[in-house]
Design a protein around this ligand. Structure first.
Ligand SMILES: Cc1cc2nc3c(=O)[nH]c(=O)nc-3n(C[C@H](O)[C@H](O)[C@H](O)COP(=O)(O)O)c2cc1C
Ligand code: SF4
Length: 479
């Protein structure tokens, strides 16, 4: 484990938006920062998704809650009280869009942990109840959000019963070593055909449970994302971009045919610098010998979005109007995927000011949106690191056309009411602003449920907090 002794100013220390703007200029990165936030300005403007039922779906404001699982379902994949609490808080946020809730496996073998939710014909009622709980909280704050369900197969990162049980899309020397995978774990073309059918069944069940859309997850190193990297895979699902997108395109086309009123979204890792590991001083550096990535990052640090743009255009042709941006994977490049001051226990010290990674994520969303088919709504990711200035950057990025919606991840775990407070013109409750302590990532890495242990009173008093502190201590002593 690593501890933070970083030579960068903390965002927390900036007293004015101008100080954040000045720091971005000093770093040479583009980051629009408004001086003040107008509660009835760009963040409050509704927007319509031109998909789903006739007339489309009305998103009442520009905040989106990003999917976040909690490693806290039952071992047979059903929601628990902890899951329901998180979904209620997503609803109470006042956000206009709930992107996915959390990753839900389409099949037992595709669970990333033994407590991940699984969808199936006997699960429609529990999922409908979860959705109803979320909607009743949203009603309480006067918002009717558009709500989707994120569908996944965890592929290489599957641990359905605890130990790693990888099913990969391709051979990758570095990542295979990390999960103990070999050539025999690569899913065959026939197995992928079968899995397409499971995604389509799952989408139909999500529609029956009342969700407005499904997200066919293609990010963070899980199966849908790894297939996009499979340039060296032979057969129908590897090689050129047409083959590497076959899985995604077929799922989208078959869901469209089977459930025409269900809107479709895709969460896509737009770029990826490849696996990182701690160097001798604990700072992250690229792992040598890794396979090709989807959206490589050049030596100048600029991501190549060429193929991501192509994928979004192909999806646009298939009628997908919702795209949620993200990058890389929390397993191998957490500094890119969720910029943090304090790294997770299995991470490394950030190789550069995390503000740079935040700006790179947002600029990638901007560049993708500029190249996406008209009518595509793009959700931006990476705002939590901006802390008390999240609303100032959120407003500027919506107004300047960088994104259509401001996606919030960790901030919603510590401070779910942030969107409601911003839209009502209330001052931020700085005490609960996420300071990127990464405990919500460290806990599951140590087999504990995720939650905001430092700032959410509910998790602060749970027994797992003691276990988490012990796990962090053991990690420090072991390093
Ligand atoms: C505890 C936790 C669980 C997450 N689970 C998911 C998930 O199920 N699906 C997904 O696409 N992203 C997941 N993410 C990533 C977030 O959606 C988001 O991309 C990331 O936290 C960066 O956004 P932020 O800077 O606002 O936190 C998770 C993140 C955290 C911290
Ligand atoms: S544990 Fe809480 S403060 Fe730390 S990163 Fe997660 S949400 Fe933020």
């Amino acid at each position: 484990m690593v501890t933070a002794r970083l030579p960068y100013p903390q965002v927390k220390s900036f007293t004015e938006p101008a100080a954040l703007r000045a720091r971005a200029e000093e770093l040479g990165v583009e980051l629009p920062v408004d001086a003040s936030v107008d509660p009835s300005g760009p963040l409050a403007a509704p927007v319509t998704v031109d998909d789903g039922p006739a007339g489309g779906l009305r998103v009442p404001n520009r905040f989106a809650v990003l999917p976040m699982e909690g490693w806290d379902g039952t071992t047979d994949g059903l929601p628990t009280e902890l899951v329901e609490r998180r979904w209620r808080r997503f609803g109470a946020s006042g956000a206009g869009l709930i992107w996915g809730g959390e990753a839900v496996a389409v099949r037992h073998d595709g669970r990333a942990n033994p407590n991940q939710l699984v969808i199936g014909p006997d699960r429609v009622e529990p999922l409908a109840a979860l959705l109803a709980a979320l909607r009743s909280e949203a009603d309480g704050v006067g918002v009717a959000p558009v709500v989707g369900l994120q569908l996944t197969h965890s592929g290489r990162w599957s641990r359905p019963d605890g130990p790693p049980a990888p099913r990969t899309a391709r051979v990758d020397p570095v990542l295979d070593h990390r999960v103990g995978a070999g050539p025999s774990d690569v899913l065959s073309d026939d197995e992928l055909d079968e899995l397409v059918a499971r995604f389509v069944d799952a989408a139909e069940l999500a529609a029956a449970a009342g969700f407005d859309f499904v997200d066919v997850k293609a990010c963070h190193g899980y199966l849908g994302h790894e297939l996009l990297m499979a340039t060296e895979r032979p057969g129908r699902y590897g090689g050129d971009l047409a083959n590497r997108t076959r899985f995604l395109r077929t799922v989208v086309a078959e869901v469209r045919a089977r459930v025409p009123d269900l809107a479709m979204g895709v969460r896509l890792s737009l770029f990826d610098p490849g696996p990182h590991e701690p160097g001798p001083d604990g700072t992250g550096r690229p792992s040598p010998g890794a396979g090709p990535t989807f959206g490589p990052v050049g030596p100048d640090g600029r991501p190549d979005l060429g193929e991501a743009v192509e994928v979004v255009r192909l999806l646009g042709d298939a009628g997908v109007r919702l795209v949620c941006t993200t990058a890389a994977s929390p397993y191998w490049a957490p500094h890119v995927q969720r910029p943090a001051w304090f790294p997770p226990s299995d991470g490394y010290l950030p190789p550069r000011d995390p503000l740079v990674d935040t700006a790179v994520l947002l600029a990638a969303a901007r560049d993708l949106r500029a190249a996406a088919p008209p009518g595509t709504l793009v959700v931006g990711t990476g705002y939590t690191y901006l802390q008390q200035f999240l609303p100032h950057v959120g407003q500027a990025t919506v107004r300047d056309g960088w994104v259509d919606l401001v996606g919030l991840g960790r901030m919603v775990l510590s401070y779910p009411e942030l969107p409601a407070d911003v839209l009502a013109g209330r001052p931020l409750r700085t005490r609960v602003v996420c300071r990127t302590f990464s405990d919500c990532t460290t806990a599951p890495r140590n087999g504990l449920p995720s939650g905001c242990y430092p700032l959410d009173p509910f998790y602060k008093q749970r027994p797992e907090r003691v276990e988490l502190a012990a796990a962090k201590r053991r990690g420090r002593e072991g390093s």
